[in-house]
Design a protein around this ligand. Structure first.
Ligand code: HEM
Length: 172
């Protein structure tokens, strides 16, 4: 297996396990499955957000480490592990469970859900951008300055605030 196919395999495994877990929860828990799936959705979101908030912070420190130094190589390992082991599977699980919750509770016609989905898509776009940055840092190709990562660092926080208000308050 090539190293580039490994993240796709991990994402596929996370997807398969999540779908199987939903099926099992529906069978065993019946009417209570919704609450349990929602709890796991929130756990996945916390894991995903932990990475989305920490990864750009690592990029800021990485910018200051000279290329080829021991410190720079350590940051590469930290960034890759955070992305592949925590963030990618957590994002897949959050999406699958979120879509199932929306289908089960028939939220697909609600205004707040459309807005939440838009912000979740933007958050996933930022995830993709961070993923590309991890590859660039790994190959010593990053050209963006510390200031850029300090600004980008705020995007996940702002999106998360909007998403949580939308799903809890459901203002429209
Ligand atoms: C990735 C796509 C996502 C989808 C499709 C999705 C969908 C949903 C749905 C349908 C619910 C159930 C709402 C209810 O029962 O009232 C829910 C709950 C929740 N979601 Fe998401 N979600 C997604 C991502 C996120 C993100 C990125 C966050 C936070 C940053 C988040 C935070 C929450 C929270 C805190 C709850 C619990 C709300 C409550 O119990 O009142 N979700 N989500």
């Amino acid at each position: 297996m090539t190293p580039s196919s490994q993240p796709a395999v991990r994402a596929a495994v996370a997807l398969a396990v999540t779908v199987a877990a939903i099926g099992l929860a529906m069978l065993v828990l019946g009417d209570r499955a919704y609450e349990w799936v929602k709890a796991v959705h929130v756990i996945a979101i916390i894991s995903w957000m932990a990475g989305m908030l920490y990864l750009p912070r690592l990029f800021i420190y990485h910018c200051d480490a000279p290329k080829g130094s021991q410190q720079s190589e350590t940051f590469k390992v930290m960034e890759q592990r955070l992305l592949r082991i925590i963030m990618n599977p957590a994002m897949v699980i959050a999406w699958v469970l979120g879509v199932w919750l929306a289908w089960k509770a028939q939220f697909f016609t609600s205004g707040w859900f459309h807005a939440k989905l838009t912000l979740a898509l933007l958050l996933s776009g930022v995830h993709g951008y961070f993923s590309a940055a991890v590859r660039a840092f790994a190959e010593d190709r990053n050209t963006k300055p510390t200031r850029h990562w300090r600004i980008v660092n705020e995007a996940p926080t702002l999106l998360m605030i909007g998403i949580v208000i939308l799903v809890i308050v459901k203002p429209f």
